[in-house]
Design a protein around this ligand. Structure first.
Ligand code: NDP
Length: 315
């Protein structure tokens, strides 16, 4: 049978390119888990994805009720779950003040980390029940959360501190809206959320890989400077960022190429190792990359996991 893969945020950018790359092989049915049904339908159509190769299902990661509803709907569809790709994200670099999810968590960490945390915790059961030969849970990471890289050292740097803001609920009322308890900074909140994504992947690996055989992986697909992720940025930045990445840092990668990379992590028989953070070299070959000290801190991963369980109502 075909593999069945759920991709969050498949209505644009990397998620859409990955959906297209997988659907084109004829070996995958893609469940596009998106917050805007019509946008996803238009995107799938204009990308030329054949109708029989995808299903769109509503998911708003900025609402935990919506996450639970999605899981119910997915189960009711009767489709198996062989691979889950947590790809959606918001990036709010120019926001002056914090905005919040339905439950009152700062929007970047609430969407990118907490929404995906609940989703993947609930769907772990469905993945475990799949009879597919290679089951995978993939969380898209980023170089920007990795302070052991050049890009990760552009201020404001990711830093989860002692997690006091997260423990307080990130609501900007009786706690800070930032994980480390500091002043709101949209660019930092995004980077912090990506560190949480990478920590979560490793904690999944430690807790569940042996028992379930599921491959847990993260990746940095390269800088896809053309996606909607930068839609909130100032116009000058949006104009200069793609050529800067192309000619100066040479980290630029097209949406198509990045989609092929993520599709490899979904389906390539040679990428089954669990607990790995994948990157690609200049010749576009995959390799196991090193995470920064904070993004590979096992003690911090356990703490983020425990606090996140409480925030999403699992503990
Ligand atoms: P895009 O903005 O193009 O895609 C993000 C997707 O997330 C969109 O489909 C968006 O939906 C969706 N999304 C946002 N909020 C929600 C929500 N509340 N519920 C459901 N879906 C939501 O950006 P990219 O393709 O660049 O980003 C994809 C991933 O790649 C992210 O995890 C990002 O961190 C990562 N990444 C990107 C890099 C880059 O250079 N662009 C580099 C490294 C990592 P909608 O279409 O409705 O807006």
């Amino acid at each position: 049978r075909k593999g069945s893969v759920v991709i969050t945020g498949a209505s644009s950018g990397l998620g859409l390119a990955t959906a297209k790359a997988l659907a084109e092989t004829g070996k995958w049915h893609v469940i596009m888990a998106c917050r805007d049904y019509l946008k996803a339908a238009r995107a799938a159509k204009s990308a030329g994805i054949a109708k029989e190769n995808y299903t769109i299902m509503h998911l708003d990661l900025a609402s935990l009720d919506s996450v639970r509803q999605f899981v119910d709907n997915f189960r009711r569809s009767g489709m198996p779950l062989d691979v889950l790709v947590c790809n959606a994200a918001v990036y709010l670099p120019t926001a002056k003040e914090a905005t919040f999810t339905a439950e009152g968590f700062e929007l970047s960490v609430g969407t990118n980390h907490l929404g995906h945390f609940l989703l993947s915790r609930l769907l772990l059961e469905d993945l475990s029940n799949s009879d597919y030969p290679s089951k995978r849970l993939i969380i898209v990471g980023s170089i920007t959360g990795n302070t052991n890289t050049l890009a990760g050292n552009v201020p404001p740097k990711a830093n989860l501190g002692d997690l006091r803001g997260l423990a307080g609920g990130l609501n900007g009322l009786n706690s800070s809206s930032m994980i480390d308890g500091g002043e709101f900074d949209g660019a930092k909140a995004y980077k912090d959320s990506k560190v949480c994504n990478m920590l979560t992947m490793q904690e999944f690996h430690r807790r569940f890989h042996e028992e379930t055989g599921i491959t847990f992986a993260s990746l940095y697909p390269g800088c896809i400077a053309t996606t909607g992720l930068f839609r909130e940025h100032i116009p000058l930045f949006r104009a200069l960022f793609p050529p800067f990445q192309k000619y100066i840092t040479k980290g630029f990668v097209s949406e198509d190429e990045a989609g092929k990379r993520l599709a490899q992590v979904v389906s390539d028989p040679s990428l089954t190792k669990s607990g790995v953070y994948w990157s690609w070299n200049k010749a576009s070959a995959s390799f196991e990359n090193q995470l920064s000290q904070e993004a590979s801190d096992a003690e911090k991963a356990r703490k983020v996991w425990d606090i996140s369980e409480k925030l999403v109502g699992l503990a």
